[in-house]
Write a protein that binds this ligand. Sequence first.
Ligand code: SAM
Ligand code: 2KA
Ligand code: SF4
Ligand code: MG
Length: 242
Amino acid sequence: MSESLIRVSEIFGPTIQGEGALIGQPTVFVRTGGCDYRCSWCDTLHAVDSSYRHDWHPMDAAGIFAEVERLSGGTPLTVSLSGGNPAIQPLGGLILLGREKGYRFGLETQGSLAKDWFADLDVLTLSPKPPSSGMEPDWDAFQDCIAAAGANTRLALKIVIFNEADYAFAKDAVARHPDLPVYLQPGNHTPAAPAEDDTTIDMDGIMERMRWLIGKVSADRWFDATVLPQLHTLIWGNLKGV
Ligand SMILES: C[S@@+](CC[C@H](N)C(=O)[O-])C[C@H]1O[C@@H](n2cnc3c(N)ncnc32)[C@H](O)[C@@H]1O
Ligand SMILES: Nc1nc2[nH]cc(C(=O)O)c2c(=O)[nH]1
Ligand code: SF4
Ligand SMILES: [Mg+2]
């Protein structure tokens, strides 16, 4: 694959951004294929597990942007870059192309890999992985991501929480990065394998974790935290492409 080609798992929308700092805002998603992590509870295995790589297509920036424009009807909006880990892909050219036409870009990453083009994003959401994921954050790489974003890119910290250990991890992450706005997101337990085409979610479990999390931040007087469920999951379950 040529250096400039981007491995795309799916392009979809407009839908609403279902998570974090831009929740509720209309957006088109560009989801890239491939990830350097393998979180135990990843809800997007079709963009992570290499057994799905036959569905990942190399595309150039112009081809991706043409599809974004088709989906948006040519009206500029925020494009959400996610994955997999989109930081693995050469997305700098796509971002510049879109910005020239008035589009804005957000990107979701675990913070394991910094790119200089993070400085051209509007919002960089960093989602370090808590203990329940089975992964361990590289805080030096995480710091590099913040530095790469520079002064003109809004940053957000988004942490998935399943249990007490994850909550303690979130507290530690915030202690390391007290200036970042923080979003706490209850975990969505063990989505079915993509091939099973089962979109059912454990709604009771998610709501129970929301109530528990709100209780925790209230008791701790953690008043600059924002607690949000995955809105798209509440609406559509684990449906792909929404
Ligand atoms: C699928 S990931 C892709 C981007 C990047 N690899 C990352 O993890 O930030 C997008 C977001 O979904 C979150 N996520 C993944 N699986 C989840 C689950 N089962 N419940 C709640 N959030 C989940 C991730 O933590 C991340 O914030
Ligand atoms: N609507 C919607 N919002 C999202 N926010 C983050 C997502 C992701 O998978 O990165 C996602 C997604 O897949 N759909
Ligand atoms: S880092 Fe993101 S895409 Fe990769 S496995 Fe974890 S949640 Fe899934
Ligand atoms: Mg998702």
